[in-house]
Design a protein around this ligand. Structure first.
Ligand SMILES: C[S@@+](CC[C@H](N)C(=O)[O-])C[C@H]1O[C@@H](n2cnc3c(N)ncnc32)[C@H](O)[C@@H]1O
Length: 264
């Protein structure tokens, strides 16, 4: 059992503190929360420095981390609070830029995170797998593979190319998740599909589970929240992300709005 999770804000959200926090959380994630003591401190220092200035985890991931943290701390959201391993589901993940960030974020207090990420498109899932593997190899290069446990404590991720609502047909996928994440839904283009995806997401939440959605547009976010409420979701929090990066299309920006939803 995990002790009551202490959620600590990171250095008043200063970006330099954030970079170190993200790096250390990712390192911990890729070591299966079992970081060996003999990691070369000079190597770690160098890697932290490179990570700080890296484009690989750019602005968008830092901003996503910050807004998730803001909502989690403000609303004291502790999904799977009594468990030592939580289940995370990323629906319609695309190439899954956040594939390593999400488990590092939700596992940053020592909880193991099992992640499933699904998208309809094979090509996106291929990219997602490659991106995750590239990240893993960067972090594992700092960890002695002979010492890191790859058994019980190892963190796991599965990438699945399929319709999100088909997941319940896979015997080996849990029926309940502690965190369900849907980034940049496409509600405007296909309401019927997204209604099914939201319905599946809400029905898949564990009793302490949380659904997190993000949206590109103001209006689309409001429509998504209305639909989710109709389907039985309770909006815990919704935040306009002030750091959201503006895109070429008017009124469209990355993770412009982020909301947390429960069913209880
Ligand atoms: C706007 S994109 C967002 C992708 C990604 N989450 C992001 O933030 O970049 C919407 C994604 O939904 C996926 N999608 C649409 N319908 C789906 C379904 N029924 N099951 C799984 N994925 C679906 C698409 O393939 C696409 O990658």
């Amino acid at each position: 059992m995990v002790e009551e999770q202490k959620i600590s804000p990171i250095s008043s959200s200063k970006d330099s503190g954030l970079g170190v926090m993200m790096f250390d959380s990712l390192l911990s994630h890729f070591s299966g929360n079992n970081l060996p003591e003999n990691i070369d401190p000079a190597l770690l220092k160098q890697m932290r420095k490179e990570f700080e200035s890296s484009e690989f985890f750019g602005e968008d991931m830092r901003n996503l981390w910050l807004i998730l943290e803001k909502i989690q701390i403000k609303e004291n959201i502790r999904p799977g609070r009594d468990k030592d391993r939580i289940q995370l589901l990323n629906l319609a993940c695309g190439y899954c830029e956040e594939g390593a960030i999400l488990p590092a974020f939700w596992g940053r207090n020592g909880t193991q995170v099992q992640q499933y990420s699904v998208d309809l498109r094979d090509a996106e899932i291929d990219k997602a797998k490659r991106r995750y593997a590239a990240t893993e190899s960067i972090f594992k290069s700092a960890i002695d593979p002979k010492i890191v446990s790859s058994g019980e404590n190892a963190q796991r991720v599965e990438f699945i190319a399929d319709n999100a609502v088909n997941l319940s047909k896979y015997g080996q996928i849990p029926s309940k998740f502690d965190v369900v994440f849907i980034r940049h839904q496409n509600l405007w283009h296909d309401r019927a599909t997204w209604q099914k995806i939201y319905d599946y997401a809400l029905n898949s939440l564990s009793n302490t589970g949380v659904l997190i959605i993000t949206s590109y547009f103001d209006r689309e976010h409001l429509l998504a929240l209305e639909l989710i409420k109709l389907l039985g979701g309770k909006i815990i929090a919704t935040e306009r992300n002030e750091r959201s990066r503006q895109l070429d299309y008017p009124g469209k920006s990355i993770d412009r709005h982020v909301a947390a939803i429960s069913v209880s």
